[in-house]
Design a protein around this ligand. Structure first.
Ligand code: AMP
Length: 588
């Protein structure tokens, strides 16, 4: 492997990359930099993001552009605002010592007058998205007549996004003497056409194994029902406390919705899509780059090309429509030699796409399982233990507060104290995951039985009633049936299937019986909480099922306002809470 010194760069730039911590050139840099430094060649580079291609073209550009000449000499065109900003930031970092050099970014969605002002000051290098550049060309603000170098970055993406005509128009305003450097992760026919239309004898550089993609990405998929995808996402996030991820959705609406649910459920998430204002997008990107944001939920277009280091996971809420999108999405992780996971949460019908992508990238996906509630809790516990082990104790400052705490806790054993301290953070997970079902989709059975041990119900076509008590109140199906019969003044031949859940349940009753049973519970309380029944059509079952965290504490939230107050008493209460008390979580 060559060092940066051997590529022909000036001592000044070699020093800059050294200061940036780049020890050795990446393969694309090693191949492209010497060729581009010649300054008279067209180039096609088959390279994905994350391979160091910005420096591969950026460093030669800085060597070749004349900072004493105020004309625009180099143009970099990129598909998105984010990528343009990122390229500019990289170029500015490289050009730290080139005081006279002006690099200006122009992209849509931001004030055009600011951009015009900056260009008028003289920009030797312009980094642009196609649409805004065309606008500035038509206003005669940008002059490309003296352009010597045009870089088309992520050319396949620009074509995917329908910028073909814009690129043609832009290139047609540049002189024939210019050189075009084209970079693309994939090389479909349309990209080849650009190469043949606008380049003469371009040098082609492809990384060895390029077709196989980045070896450091571990491609995984998990199969769940479409309706369980959000739950699967949460479980993976809960299971991986240090996750730092981009979650890709197909539409802006899904992106917004999933981000909102995550935020509501207490996760550190934010959306990134084209309906946000530029200021909102900048804020989101800034916090993601700072790592103050943990989950960036994004559309393909908005997150294309973003370069944030140490992204641990790319999560696909569905397989993308375009094959190339998968490569672009997964390329957000495993950058600069790091490892990363690309995890597709797919429904059974998306498996075809998984196989297509496998063929295209020549890599196998590993099937993984959604962690069970037990596994998530176990992981959380170990995470807590790790934190306890590694926490920095401020001996001096904490000392004066401890004697009283020691005194208060003197009767507890070490085990008890551990249990109690752990419970402070752990209880909400226990509560949430206590009845979490296995949401892994099995290939064999489409249908999931909720109650494996259930006797055949007497009715399966009656009315379905929601009741806000369940396993967490110590009930089993027998005791709930008993309560329904007692309070509903009926016998069990009228009661059908009982779905006993954590904080609530559903049961079916013979047609015409619902009113009587619901009235029977009027004013009944459990531990100060009013028992509430509703026809189940009134209440979206999905919302509460293993549901969104915001609904977790929902039992009894909207109490009835009845006058009568009754509570379980005597023998019934004992059966209800006593003896076989099931409130103790069985898994722990
Ligand atoms: P890019 O493919 O240009 O988006 O670069 C991906 C990441 O790799 C960026 O964060 C660069 O700062 C980093 N990078 C580029 N070249 C090198 C290098 N030679 N050594 C280490 N990191 C690099």
């Amino acid at each position: 492997m060559k060092s940066f010194d051997a590529l022909g760069l000036s001592g000044e730039l070699v020093e800059v990359v050294r200061q940036l911590g780049f020890e050795n050139p990446t393969p694309i840099q090693e191949k492209a930099i010497p060729v581009l430094l010649q300054g008279n060649t067209d180039l096609v580079g088959l390279a994905q993001t994350g391979t160091g291609k910005t420096a591969a073209f950026g460093l030669p550009l800085l060597e070749l552009v004349n900072a004493d000449n105020r004309h625009t000499q180099a143009l970099v065109v990129a598909p998105t605002r984010e990528l343009s900003v990122q390229i500019t930031n990289d170029l500015e970092r490289f050009a730290n010592n080139f005081k006279k050099l002006n690099i200006v970014t122009v992209y849509g969605g931001a004030s055009i007058s600011d951009q015009i002002r900056k260009i008028k000051r003289g920009a030797q290098i312009i980094v642009a998205t196609p649409g805004r550049l065309i606008d500035l060309l038509s206003r005669k603000v940008v002059d490309l007549t003296q352009i010597q170098y045009v870089v088309l970055d992520e050319a396949d993406e620009m074509l995917n996004m329908g910028f073909k005509e814009d690129i043609d128009e832009i290139l047609s305003t540049t002189p024939d003497t210019k050189n075009v450097w084209l970079f693309s992760a994939t090389m479909p026919r349309e990209v080849r056409e650009i190469a043949s239309n606008y380049m003469s004898n371009p040098q082609e550089i492809a990384m060895e194994g390029q077709k196989q993609g980045n070896e450091n990405i571990d491609h995984q998929y998990v199969m769940v029902d479409e309706r369980d995808k959000y739950l699967a996402l949460k479980r993976f996030v809960d299971y991986t406390p240090d996750i730092f991820a981009v979650v890709f959705c197909r539409t802006k609406m899904d992106t917004q919705k999933i981000a909102e649910h995550l935020i509501k459920d207490g996760y550190n998430a934010d959306p990134l899509h084209g309906d946000l204002t530029q200021a909102q997008r900048d804020r989101v990107m800034k916090s993601f780059k700072n790592k103050t944001l943990q989950l960036l939920v994004a559309t393909d277009v908005a997150a294309r090309g973003i370069d944030v280091s140490n992204i641990t996971h790319v999560i696909h809420m569905n397989m993308p429509d375009e094959m190339e999108f998968y490569t672009h999405r997964s390329g957000r992780t495993a950058r600069a030699g790091k490892k990363g996971i690309s995890l597709a949460i797919v429904s059974k019908k998306e498996m075809g796409r998984v196989h297509q992508v496998e063929k295209s990238i020549k890599r196998k996906f590993t099937q993984v399982l959604v962690p069970t509630g037990d596994e998530v809790c176990q992981q959380k516990m170990m995470d807590l233990v790790k934190k306890v082990r590694s926490v920095e104790v401020n001996e001096e400052e904490i000392d004066s507060f401890l004697p009283e705490a020691y005194h208060e806790l003197k009767d507890f054993s070490k085990e008890d104290i551990i249990k109690r301290f752990a419970s402070i953070e752990f209880n909400r997970f226990l509560e949430y995951y206590r009845d979490a079902r296995d949401i892994n989709k099995s290939d064999k059975s489409e249908k999931r039985r909720f109650f494996e041990d259930e006797d055949e119900p007497a009715y399966s076509t009656g009315d379905r009633i929601f009741i806000n008590i369940g396993k967490m109140d110590g009930l089993d199906k027998g005791s709930l049936l008993g309560l329904i019969c007692d309070y509903g003044d009926t016998d069990k031949s009228k009661i059908g299937k009982i779905d006993l859940k954590g904080a609530y349940s559903f049961f079916e009753v013979e047609k015409g019986m619902a009113d009587q049973i619901m009235k029977g519970f009027d004013g009944v309380e459990v531990r100060g909480r009013r028992v509430r029944l509703e026809m189940s059509g009134d209440r979206p079952e999905r919302r509460d099922r293993d549901g969104y965290r915001g609904d977790r504490g929902g039992r009894g939230g909207r109490g009835d306002r009845g006058d009568r107050k009754r509570s379980f008493s005597g023998k019934k209460r004992e059966e209800f809470w006593g003896g076989k008390n099931k409130r103790k979580p069985k898994r722990y």
